[in-house]
Write a protein that binds this ligand. Structure first.
Ligand SMILES: [Zn+2]
Ligand SMILES: [Zn+2]
Length: 323
């Protein structure tokens, strides 16, 4: 078996005050490790997508455009419940990319309450072309498992299958040495069998190199307005949230090789093409015999006597200049 692995859960510096990976360094290091595909899944936003796409393309790495969205408990329009889940969405094709932009925009414009949030109705409407992973321990299914609510977990899984389709929904397993993750992974392996779903191994990547952990910790302090010395502040449990090599991922998930190889299968399925170099402006219909430029001049000429009592040389010059 070739040593191939694709990171599908990746936070860059565009996960503001949470991710410390600068895109050029991230892509360069993935390249150095021999990876041929890489995803971007920032928290609730896609600000980094274009830079990431261009940087990956330059390096000969396939960019997989995604997002780790926040899912409201209940409607994303309700603004009284701070609780929310995480969910990874990846664009499988151009339709999926456009749907992802729609989902993320709805989160920012309609669902913002502490974080940009969407709900399952939004996912139902814009699911086409989107591959979904069940996310970290903050995902809905993992949360059900952690509450020992296996029936709830099953109900959720069925709901996600109904939304995305069996081929487009994967159960995500992570290992940053958290007890919660071990418990969740054990159950997810069972549930994957039960539902005939694919497992996928990810590292919740927040920085490129292991020794970047301290810098990311400071970002987190800025975000949560706490100081590094505060004992009970929010912090990551260790420094394992970096861009791990194939061997490192294999060491963690070797007993579940399907979860490793599925990352590549998903990467192979994801094909989004961004086009640059031309303007994407709406067509404005103009009457026969005009183009946009001549019609604008026509309208201005027509309106000129209405605006000025005397249309003299000075006014004409001004119009030419403005046009
Ligand atoms: Zn997460
Ligand atoms: Zn994450």
């Amino acid at each position: 078996m070739t040593k191939r692995f694709t990171h599908l859960h990746v936070h860059t510096e565009y996960s503001l005050l949470d991710g410390a990976s600068k895109i050029p360094e991230l892509v360069a290091y993935a390249k150095e490790l021999g990876m041929d595909s890489l995803a971007i899944t920032d928290h609730g936003a896609m600000y980094g997508a274009v830079e990431f796409y261009q940087e990956c393309t330059k390096a000969g790495i396939k960019p997989i455009i995604g997002c780790e969205v926040y899912l409201a408990k209940g409607s994303h329009l309700g603004k009284n419940n701070r609780g929310m889940y995480h969910l990874i969405l990846l664009a499988e094709n151009d339709t999926g990319y456009h749907n992802l932009m729609k989902i993320v925009s709805i989160g920012q414009l309609e669902g913002f309450y502490y974080k940009p949030r969407v709900d399952k109705d939004v996912l139902r409407t814009y699911h086409e072309g989107v591959i979904c992973l069940s996310a970290c321990v903050a995902g809905e299914v993992p949360q059900m498992i952690l509450q020992d609510n296996l029936e709830g977990a099953r109900r959720c899984i069925q709901e996600y299958i109904d939304i995305f389709g069996k081929e487009n929904y994967f159960l995500e397993i992570q290992d940053h040495d958290l007890d919660e993750e071990h418990k969740v992974s054990a159950e997810l392996k069972q549930l994957a069998q039960e539902f005939g779903l694919g497992l996928v191994a990810t590292n919740d990547l927040h920085y490129v190199q292991q020794n970047d952990a301290a810098a990311q910790d400071i970002l987190l302090c800025i975000q949560t307005t706490s100081t590094v010395d505060e004992p009970d502040r929010m912090r990551f449990n260790n420094d394992s949230y970096y861009l791990k090599s194939y061997d490192e991922m294999e060491a963690l998930f070797g007993d579940c090789s399907e979860a490793l190889s599925n990352t590549n299968k998903i990467a192979d399925r994801c094909n989004v093409k961004m086009e640059f170099g031309h303007l994407l402006l709406p067509e404005f219909p103009v009457p026969e015999g005009f183009d946009a430029v001549s019609y604008l001049r026509h309208l201005c000429e027509e309106a000129l006597p209405k605006r000025y009592e005397v249309v003299d040389e000075k006014v004409r010059k001004r119009l030419d200049f403005e046009l």
